[in-house]
Design a protein around this ligand. Structure first.
Ligand SMILES: [Zn+2]
Length: 403
């Protein structure tokens, strides 16, 4: 039970102006009101009609008509129920929830440590982008150009480069971060030499760098692609799991998907594999695209997707479609109540190859023709039987009933 006294204290410690500022660019106009372009999902505008009244601690949007207090604001923005929003604000303010004996002093301390790690990740991302101005980065820019990705697109996705082993740790140290923090974020690793001395180095040294950004806009990990042909080097290497980066809960491009959903209700999300598999559709106007992190889909990822759209169109590489792990992923999505469709690309194309070869129009056609899950499963099943043969056809029908 949450009593009024607690709610009063909660509101006192969560000034709506501060809370809302995290979601929009509030500008003071007049004595009491702040104005911004409306941050509420489903409403997009160019001139501000969203206001926050500071003394009254309420908001009102004259465009979409919604309004309320700080709790209703968080309910809408974070898609939470009442208790969830109260908990969110309690944690933000370091207040213990009633009947909640968690150690809030500890939570506050962990939060400030986490903020430092997030700052470290952001500093690292900016460093990699800045590297593109170095003549040594030319090969990465040339490589991207050869794959028809221009500087503008690189900027949109924050793509950068690591040029050597030692510049990053040196830069981070100069910015006040400790080696321990660099290692905690897995942007650096420590190597102990035979003579017992050690050095710290950039974990993704000499790679093209793709930042992985969460739904709150924080950089939480990086993917690095080497241009070395030597198979000794893994083509792609990602940040290992850290306090900030949990693979099974992460979707690449979720930050941009969130922006899309803020502009309009989405009827579907396109789920692809890989960085280029995401970037190509995105820059061709398919902005509702995200990628799983190379692993099989998880229940957590399915739950996240469900917050954005009712339908997921899976568009995996021609190679992996039909494989057991793909089918399992489809069932996981369906298990969360999502409508699942499958877009089949002609092997061995991935979305990047396909759009480059055939264009966005053709990709759109395939999207429109994507198969509902059950049809897709039947199609896969059918491949295993010769249905012109009576006995085989009976077997096929028996199996099909189970689908
Ligand atoms: Zn509005």
């Amino acid at each position: 039970m949450i009593d009024d006294k607690f709610i009063d204290e909660l509101k006192e410690k969560n000034n709506l102006v501060d809370v809302a500022s995290k979601y929009c660019d509030l500008k003071r106009k007049g004595a009491v009101n702040y104005w911004a372009c409306c941050p509420l999902p489903g409403h997009s505008e160019k001139t501000p009609s969203f206001t926050v009244n500071e003394p009254g601690q309420f908001f009102k949007c004259f465009g979409c008509g919604r309004g309320g207090d700080v709790i209703s604001f968080i309910r809408i923005m974070e898609n939470l129920d009442y208790v969830g929003a109260v908990r969110f604000l309690a944690e933000r303010a370091g207040l213990p929830m009633p009947d909640d004996n968690r150690d809030y002093a500890k939570i506050a301390k962990e939060r400030s440590e986490r903020d430092r790690l997030l700052a470290l990740m952001k500093t690292t991302a900016m460093f990699y982008v800045e590297n593109l101005k170095d003549p040594r980065a030319k090969k990465y820019i040339d490589y991207m150009q050869s794959r028809e990705v221009d500087m503008r697109t690189m900027k949109i996705f924050g793509i950068g480069a690591s040029l050597d082993m030692s510049s990053l740790p040196r830069h981070l140290k100069a910015k006040g971060f400790t080696e321990e923090e660099m290692i905690k974020c897995c942007v650096c690793k420590k190597k102990v030499k035979d003579d017992g001395s050690s050095f710290i180095y950039d974990f993704l040294a000499e790679r093209l760098i793709f930042p992985i950004i969460n739904n709150l806009g924080n950089v939480i990990a990086f993917g690095g692609r080497t241009l070395e042909k030597n198979p000794r080097f893994m083509k792609y290497k990602n940040t290992e799991e850290t306090e900030l980066f949990k693979k099974n809960r992460t979707l690449f491009n979720i930050n941009k998907l969130k922006l899309e959903r803020a502009k309009q209700e989405l009827s579907e999300v396109i789920l692809v594999e890989g960085y280029m598999g995401t970037i190509r559709p995105y820059i061709n106007g398919f902005k509702n695209v995200v990628a799983s992190m190379g692993t099989s889909l998880t229940v957590e990822q399915a739950k996240i997707l469900k917050r954005y759209a009712p339908t997921v169109i899976i568009c995996y590489d021609g190679d992996s479609a039909g494989q057991k792990s793909t089918l399992r992923g489809l069932d996981i999505l369906a298990g969360q109540g999502l409508e699942v469709k499958v877009l089949q690309l002609p092997p061995p194309d991935d979305p990047d190859d396909f759009i480059r070869k055939h264009g966005a129009e053709e990709f759109k056609k395939l999207l429109d023709e994507s198969l509902p899950l059950i049809d897709y499963k039947l199609k896969i099943l059918e491949k295993g039987y010769d249905i012109t043969n009576d006995a085989e056809r009976r077997k096929y029908i028996q199996e099909a009933i189970k689908v």
